[in-house]
Write a protein that binds this ligand. Structure first.
Ligand code: ZN
Length: 217
């Protein structure tokens, strides 16, 4: 089953008196203290060292903008991981398809962007649907490699939601491959990570991969 992520289950269920309420887990990412003036000075020094003039009206404030932009790209938002009892005994696959991925490769500090497909087989709890995208963001907004990002999303859901199975597939385009080096403009990189029944049961995993494959143009 594929669910539309614009349809957030959270509001409907919290208003429903028959559903036992459990306080959501507040996820507050650790974001280190930011020194924006120091980052601005460093950005100016970096650009100057590369021969980029900063004395035009258009570029005078660019080091400060660069510092703010990078600070934002490295800061995941806090969120509530809202889960609900699986009272209806829904045991089929829940899949969030084409969730946005915006990350930065830790080798070149260039963006890599794409989509994540995150599926799970519910156990005792189900998850507010918009939260799958927040979990991806939690691990994407930091210097990353795609393989580790994929594994961290799968591991985190495995730990915090305790489903019967988790599967994560990420397809991304790396600017460090398209803008420099081999300059492969069309290439995407696909990575996957599985836990539980989605790792051990070939039919369950094939169902997830079939639905993911159907999302491609
Ligand atoms: Zn890179």
């Amino acid at each position: 089953m594929t669910l539309d992520l614009t349809d957030d289950l959270t509001d409907d269920l919290t208003d429903h008196p028959a559903v036992a309420y459990r306080p959501p887990l507040r996820v507050v990412p650790h974001v280190p203290e930011r020194d924006l003036p120091a980052a601005t000075a460093a950005a100016a020094a970096f650009l100057t060292a590369l021969g980029v003039p900063l004395d035009s009206p258009g570029m005078a404030a660019s080091p400060a903008r660069m510092a703010r932009a990078w600070s934002e790209m490295l800061s995941p938002r806090a969120f509530d991981l809202t889960t609900f009892p699986n009272d209806d005994g829904y045991h089929e696959l829940v899949l969030g398809r084409s969730l946005p991925v915006h990350s930065i490769c830790e080798h070149h500090l260039l963006p890599f962007t794409g989509v994540a497909h995150v599926g799970y087989l519910p156990g005792d709890r189900i998850l507010g649907l918009s939260k799958l995208a927040r979990v991806v963001e939690l691990f994407a907004r930091r210097p990353q490699v795609q393989e580790r990002l994929t594994q961290e999303v799968a591991d985190w859901l495995h730990t915090h939601l305790a489903p019967r199975g988790v599967g994560v597939v990420i397809e991304a385009h790396h600017q460090c491959m398209s803008l420099r080096g081999v300059r492969t403009t069309e290439a995407t990189t696909v990575t996957s990570a599985f836990h539980g029944a989605l790792r051990d049961d070939a039919a369950a995993r094939a169902e997830l991969l079939g639905l993911v494959g159907g999302s491609r143009p």
